[in-house]
Write a protein of this length. Structure first.
Length: 263
């Protein structure tokens, strides 16, 4: 078997037979070039022909299939189409927010978080959804929560995307949390809490976009266009928020084929 392998895969560094000391020990550091090369041969001969990787399936992402759509966004409902002037103003405002965030990022990173703020680990998808949206939305509890006189319970209503929080998130975390929330939005309704976090994460997203971020924001814009059409009870404030996200994805992040274009 070994000779067959030798014929198919000739050695790149052939070693002639050489006289080695009788006390040659391949387990100790080589003392001469000949001993080194001989030791390499011995280690190579001990390697198995086939190696099987031990993979922990729990560490694999739940969703590994990527569905790519080449379709654009669905047109806005009649009477809710955003004007070009409005879109241009939103892009200008968004650009100013990003510049301010980048300018003061170090300052906000140095600010202490409140004692009740514990940011989840990047791989904790459920933890991030609860952190951003609150247990009330995450668990779909449509009831009032507690006594407002006692203050806001952020565990139940979700933490807002404070600058002291988002400034601590690196690009990998920003992209990961964005993926979690877009995945959530793919099956759930749009809420103000979700909208605030989507806007904040987009503001933290660096250009040029990484391929995974590029795919995510296009998916987000398409989902926004679907929701604004399918909503039976048209809510002007909600449709405006959906228009805003589509506008930022298409016009600020240069995904022009998804833009709401005036007829």
């Amino acid at each position: 078997m070994e000779s067959g392998v030798e014929e198919l895969m000739p050695r790149l560094l052939p070693v002639d037979d050489c006289d080695l000391a009788e006390d040659f020990d391949p387990t100790v550091p080589p003392r001469t070039p000949q001993e080194y090369l001989k030791r390499v041969q011995i280690e190579a001969a001990r390697c198995p022909d086939v190696v099987v990787a031990q993979i922990d399936p729990r560490k694999l992402r739940k969703k590994q299939t990527v569905n790519i759509s080449i379709s654009g966004c669905r047109s806005a409902p009649e009477g809710y189409f955003p004007t070009l002037k409005w879109q241009q103003q939103q892009v200008a405002n968004f650009s100013a927010v990003r510049q301010s965030l980048n300018k003061h990022r170090n300052h906000w990173q140095s600010q202490h978080l409140d004692s009740n703020v514990t940011m989840p680990k990047p791989e904790d998808e459920e933890g991030w959804k609860k952190f951003c949206l609150g247990e009330r939305i995450y668990s779909e509890i449509d009831t009032q929560f507690g006594d407002e006189s006692l203050g806001i319970d952020y565990i139940k209503v979700g933490f807002p995307p404070l600058l002291s929080i988002v400034s601590r998130m690196n690009q990998a975390t920003v992209t990961t949390v964005l993926e979690y929330l877009i995945s959530w939005f793919g099956e759930k309704k749009f809420t103000p809490e979700l909208g605030r976090w989507l806007y904040a994460l987009l503001a933290c997203l660096e250009k040029p976009l990484l391929p995974e971020a590029h795919s995510l924001i296009r998916q987000l814009a398409r989902r926004c266009s679907e929701v604004r059409v399918l909503e039976e009870n048209k809510n002007e404030e909600q449709i405006s928020a959906l228009n805003l996200i589509i506008c930022l994805v298409s016009r600020y992040f240069d995904q022009r084929d998804l833009a709401d274009e005036p007829s």
